[in-house]
Design a protein. Structure first.
Ligand SMILES: NC(=O)c1ccc[n+]([C@@H]2O[C@H](COP(=O)([O-])OP(=O)(O)OC[C@H]3O[C@@H](n4cnc5c(N)ncnc54)[C@H](O)[C@@H]3O)[C@@H](O)[C@H]2O)c1
Length: 320
């Protein structure tokens, strides 16, 4: 099968490319603009690892470049996984335009070509951020969506665009509402890696927002990879959206306590007030993914964090 994966230098895209390349014979084609939202050194290290595989091909360009995208689509893909986007909630207060460019214009360029080239399956990253602040948990896919930042709004817009654009059309589409994905090769702008980096840098100041009272449904990358692979081989009846979450909400302070047990040095934590783009709690229901795609078990948080810390201990230099 010929599979296109966007965002292959990113956290989820890299991990899924690696999974496909090591476990299947599929031809993996990929695109990333290697932007500088976070360490380009980390993105290049991920790509270097993927380039070892002969059935991996990489194209460096921005999805806003329609001409280059059109050229790549001449390859006729069976399936597209779309992970390239401007990620991050807080950055959307600083640079909202980058979300409009990548997540709206880049996204539309991609879906236009998917439709024109009659790609069979399209899986695209949405986010738990589409739900916004909610009081009723666990959040089901049928729950009203009401994002509270530009990032979440672009993801809501992606879901709505797909629904209208592919109505009555043969391409089967699934929007993947990821909830706080973490693990090996993770993102340095996210809490777990920020904390690990401050341990290694022996930083004596670690800022904890909302006085440590945030709760997140942490989802391990190993579970995510397995789900993404299950989607590939499953018959898809209708266009839909699914929560990709572990259904296990955990307070941030508990996560830091588990990590603390693995290291001697503990950064001094400064608790500070709530940041306005954040939501206080995420907790998704994963019954749809369990039922539709037969994913029964999720790796326990302690094991997943242990693996992440062990990986970081061996690879911390990539982050410096
Ligand atoms: N990691 C999470 O917890 C999480 C949670 C919810 C949603 N998501 C979504 O999942 C997807 C993957 O997330 P991630 O954590 O791997 O993020 P990431 O930032 O590590 O990966 C995204 C990659 O896309 C590339 N990119 C961005 N804009 C591009 C453009 N216009 N053209 C080409 N390449 C571009 C970046 O260089 C980056 O390598 C994103 O859409 C993100 O919004 C992630």
């Amino acid at each position: 099968m010929k599979i296109l994966i966007t965002g292959s230098a990113g956290f989820i895209g890299y991990n899924f490319c690696k999974f496909l390349l090591s476990n299947t014979n599929h031809q993996v084609y990929s695109i990333d603009n290697i932007n500088n939202y976070y360490s380009q050194k980390l993105k290049k290290a991920r790509l270097k690892d993927l380039k070892k595989y002969k059935n991996f091909k990489f194209y460096k360009f921005d999805l806003c470049n329609k001409k280059k995208l059109e050229k790549v689509f001449k390859l006729k893909f069976n399936c597209v996984y779309h992970f390239a986007a401007q990620a991050g909630v807080r950055y959307s207060l600083i640079n909202p335009r980058s979300y409009i460019n990548s997540n709206i214009i880049g996204f539309f360029n991609l879906i236009e070509l998917i439709k024109k080239n009659r790609v069979h399956k399209f899986f695209y990253a949405s986010s738990s951020s589409v739900y916004g602040d909610s009081k009723k948990f666990p959040l089901k896919e049928t729950h009203v969506i009401s994002p509270k930042n530009i990032y979440g709004l672009t993801k809501k817009n992606n879901e709505e665009m797909v629904e209208l654009f592919f109505k009555g059309f043969s391409t089967k589409c699934i929007g993947l509402r990821f909830f706080t994905v973490f693990g090996e090769w993770g993102r340095p702008d996210m809490l777990i890696y920020k904390y690990l980096n401050s341990i290694y840098n022996k930083s004596n100041k670690f800022y904890l927002n909302n006085y440590g009272n945030h709760t997140r449904d942490f989802t391990y990358i190993e579970d995510v990879k397995e789900i993404l692979f299950l989607l590939l081989n499953k018959k898809i009846e209708n266009n839909t959206v699914v929560n990709i979450c572990s259904n296990n909400p955990v307070k941030i302070t508990r996560v830091l306590n588990i990590i603390n047990k693995k290291f001697k040095y503990k950064p001094k934590i400064y608790k500070r007030s709530f940041q306005k783009a954040d939501v206080k709690k995420t907790h998704g229901s994963n019954s749809k993914i369990k039922y539709l795609y037969n994913k029964k078990k999720f790796i326990p948080l302690e094991i997943a964090l242990n693996n992440t810390c062990n990986w970081y201990k061996k690879n911390w230099k990539i982050f410096t």
